[in-house]
Design a protein around this ligand. Structure first.
Ligand SMILES: [Zn+2]
Ligand SMILES: [Zn+2]
Length: 393
């Protein structure tokens, strides 16, 4: 499809894009409860004649559009969940559910996915290969991608693409980063077990608070002494709980913290060393230490090949000056798991006001410039068609 035709098609769907997005925005749903959203998605895709599977990882939907001839399979992933935030936007389309809000733009990701599916379904005679549309629940708690992968959704996929709204970038642009683009995040928990006793008789007890203090201090040597200065790593212990009274030796202390990294080897080292130091110090001080990763999600890593591909494909459409090479960010996204299975590129579609006054993601005042819906549709439609065109069997 020529660029002018892609733009014409996306523009022709503008009203529909806005109305899908606003409807979802009015009815946001939290992780793994996206039932209404999933029904809207599957109904529309079934009407388009796609092969639709529902109930994957509870509320996930996967649909395949087959071209006229066999060929490669390109994946478009959209996340669909909202956040537990009380919306502070006065728009007509504001959330009808107090305390739940689409404050990250996932409503837009769904609208774009459904519209790209519609445009391509109308042209299935013209391309070889398949387009797989994957609608993932529970991104905000980084829990939806893993069970979807376990149910086999990545089987047969040749390249993985996805977009995220980006209020830091002006509408009309896209922003991407080759290599580690979004941080790995792990939430950790340490349970330090000693033996309770009377504060006056420490020799008969094992002091878990004293051990916990040593552990917290020593953990801070990992970043400063064991991670190369050029690599990024953060370890913050955010909670420490233990003890009952001033004259009682605490039998147990629970510590919780967050670990953020970009490179898998740095992540592994951080997690291994946290465990080794905590367990080892605990042992030295006669405490038993249990280490748990409460949740974890690897860094989003874009391959050079597919980042270049998007840069070129989108550059032809938007102009090279609208394709921004952005810095990595410390936020996380379980899109990383799909990209680990099958490489590709995850990038931001600028949805910020041109004067830079938009609220950031996860802010109660978050809203997107809706032109981004048209831009996202154009960019994804072109990327999918360019890929299938250049990779015919
Ligand atoms: Zn988010
Ligand atoms: Zn998001």
């Amino acid at each position: 499809m020529e660029i002018a035709e892609i733009k014409r098609q996306a523009e022709a769907h503008r009203d529909d894009l806005v109305s899908i997005r606003r409807d979802l925005h009015r009815h946001p749903e939290l992780a793994f409860t996206e039932n209404r959203t999933a029904t809207i998605i599957s109904d529309r895709l079934e009407k388009l004649g796609l092969e639709v599977q529902t109930g994957i990882a509870q509320t996930g939907v996967v649909a395949t559009l087959r071209g006229s001839r066999p060929g490669k399979t390109v994946l478009y992933r959209a996340d669909i969940d909202a956040l537990p935030i009380l919306e502070a936007v006065s728009a007509e389309y504001k959330s009808r559910t107090d305390g739940i809000m689409h404050a990250c733009g996932h409503d837009a990701h769904v609208a774009i996915g459904l519209t790209v599916a519609e445009i391509l379904a109308g042209r299935r005679q013209n391309f070889a290969g398949n387009v797989k549309f994957l609608f993932q629940p529970a991104e905000e708690i980084v829990s939806g991608a893993k069970p979807m992968i376990e149910q086999g959704v990545m089987k047969g996929v040749d390249v993985t693409f996805g977009i995220h709204m980006g209020n830091d970038e002006p509408v009309g642009s896209i922003a991407l980063h080759s290599g580690p683009a979004m941080a790995n995040v792990d939430s950790i928990k340490l349970i330090v077990r000693g033996k309770g006793g009377h504060g006056s008789q420490p020799e008969k007890a094992i002091d878990s608070i004293m051990a916990a203090c040593q552990i917290v201090n020593t953990l801070q040597t990992i970043v400063s002494r064991e991670v190369a200065p050029k690599d990024t790593a953060v370890l913050s212990i955010g909670t420490i709980h233990g003890g009952f009274a001033s004259n009682v030796i605490a039998p147990e202390v629970v510590l919780e913290g967050t670990v953020r990294t970009f490179l898998p080897e740095v992540r592994e080292k951080m997690l291994n060393r946290i465990e080794e130091i905590a367990v080892g110090l605990g042992k030295t001080l006669r405490c038993e230490v249990k280490f748990e990763i409460v949740y974890g999600c690897p860094a989003v890593v874009n391959s050079d090949q597919w980042t270049d591909f998007i840069r070129q494909s989108a550059g032809q459409l938007l102009g090279a000056n609208k394709v921004i090479n952005s810095d990595p960010i410390m936020g996380s996204d379980d899109m990383s798991l799909f990209l680990k299975e099958v490489p590709g590129c995850y990038f931001f579609v600028g949805s910020g006001k041109l004067d830079g006054t938009s609220f950031p993601h996860h802010h109660p005042g978050f809203d997107i410039e809706e032109d981004a819906l048209v831009v996202g549709t154009e960019v994804m439609t072109k990327a999918v068609l360019d890929y299938l065109d250049q990779h015919q069997n």
